[in-house]
Design a protein around this ligand. Structure first.
Ligand code: NDP
Length: 363
């Protein structure tokens, strides 16, 4: 579908009574849209449905964006379940990040033009819909050569990896970090961003079918060591360091035993940052970890970071990440799924078919 500049087409209004499509778009209305909505919180596969949304007005400062791709992230699922601390009130459209192409702009918009590639920044609710109309200030223009699946996924996970590697412990080339949940997109980005800084990574993944292949894939990305949790069922995990220095920084997005393993690798005075809880199990810490190792426990939440004066820094980080992605220096596996197959993508994201790569909806 061709992109439209509303002002340029206003001359067409009323000229062509045969072309209903152009007449409808050339007024200040978006095209009709398809969206994944939920009317109440609950199990995502039960409460979500694909619906048609009527055209909405594109006001003078608005930009109408035709969405190209948007992922299903764990936090999207938690928002629909109603367990994420900040969430829209239902009825709501799902999704939080994505990428789109400017389709039409209001008359007062000068910074964006039809055809521009944009991402919502800061990310905002409702990206699982084919057309979105929002104020121009919400859209961040990016390089048109960016592969759409990377543009769609840069704002939440890669940015988290980037920020966490900067925010807690000053790392130097030759240092090491340890993390669990290493197959996640955050985990894969941590491996690659650490490598760019000359920092080694020790990675822990869960025991599951395909774990050997997952290990090989992480090593291809630059992981130094990759272990399944059961391999670390030892008295002293540090025997597994294989010549790497003891890490001062660890990342936990799983909880339970996987978090304890991160703590066991840390050197005296080390810090573990918890940013997710995929296993839905609490983090337990031995008394001796505090007394004899003086470990610190911290948390990270991207949404909080975005609401501080660091938001503009985050925008620069995103541009830097997109450069690295275009250069092939950051990559991760994704599965592109047509928007109409939303429910099959959701089943995969919910783990109903075993472990699957990140599901990215394409419009
Ligand atoms: P992905 O969707 O890319 O991958 C999911 C990951 O979770 C995989 O590594 C998967 O392992 C693992 N996993 C799934 N279920 C379990 C389980 N029951 N036990 C252990 N591991 C499990 O993840 P993302 O990169 O999108 O997100 C990773 C984590 O980071 C999530 O918890 C997310 O909420 C959090 N996050 C937090 C942010 C913050 O600001 N605090 C920002 C961004 C993300 P496998 O490969 O074996 O299937």
């Amino acid at each position: 579908m061709a992109a439209i500049k509303l002002g340029a087409l206003s001359a067409l209004i009323g000229r062509s009574s045969r072309n209903n499509c152009v007449r409808a778009f050339s007024t200040v209305m978006s095209p009709p849209s398809k969206a994944v909505v939920y009317d109440q919180h609950g199990a995502p596969d039960k409460v979500t449905r694909l619906v048609e949304i009527a055209p909405v007005q594109v006001k003078e400062n608005d930009v109408c964006v035709k969405m190209l791709a948007a992922p299903i992230n764990p936090s999207d699922i938690n928002r629909i379940e109603g367990v994420y601390p900040v969430r829209p009130q239902p009825p709501a459209v799902g999704g939080y990040e994505g990428v789109g192409q400017v389709y039409a702009v209001g008359n007062a918009v000068n910074s964006l033009s039809p055809g521009d590639l944009v991402i919502p920044f800061p990310p905002s609710f409702g990206t699982w819909q084919s057309y979105i109309v929002k104020d121009q200030s919400v859209w961040h223009k990016i390089n048109k050569d960016t592969p759409k699946e990377y543009a769609a996924t840069v704002t939440v996970n890669p940015l988290t990896a980037f920020a966490m590697l900067q925010d807690f412990v000053r790392l130097h080339p030759g240092d090491a970090i340890v993390q669990n949940g290493a197959t996640s997109i955050v985990g894969q980005c941590i491996i690659q961003l650490a490598l760019i800084q000359g920092v080694h990574s020790i990675n822990i993944i869960r025991d599951r079918p395909g774990a050997d292949e997952a290990k090989e894939n992480l090593k291809k990305l630059g992981a130094d060591q990759v272990f399944t949790e059961s391999q670390l069922n030892l008295k002293n995990v540090k025997d597994m360091l294989g010549g790497l220095p003891e890490p001062a920084l660890g990342f936990n997005c799983v909880g339970g035993n996987a978090a304890s393993l991160v703590l066991k690798f840390l050197r005296n005075g080390g810090t573990m940052v918890t940013y997710g809880g995929m296993a839905k199990k609490p983090v337990t810490v031995s008394t001796s970890s505090f007394i004899f190792k003086d470990l610190s426990l911290k948390g990270f939440w991207l949404q909080k970071l975005m609401s501080t004066d660091k938001a503009s820094e985050c925008k620069n980080m995103i541009d830097e990440l997109l450069n690295l992605m275009r250069d092939g220096k950051i990559k991760y596996e994704m599965e592109l799924v047509p928007f109409n197959d939303f429910h099959s993508a959701l089943d995969k994201a919910l783990g109903k078919q075993g472990s699957r790569p990140k599901q990215v909806l394409t419009f």
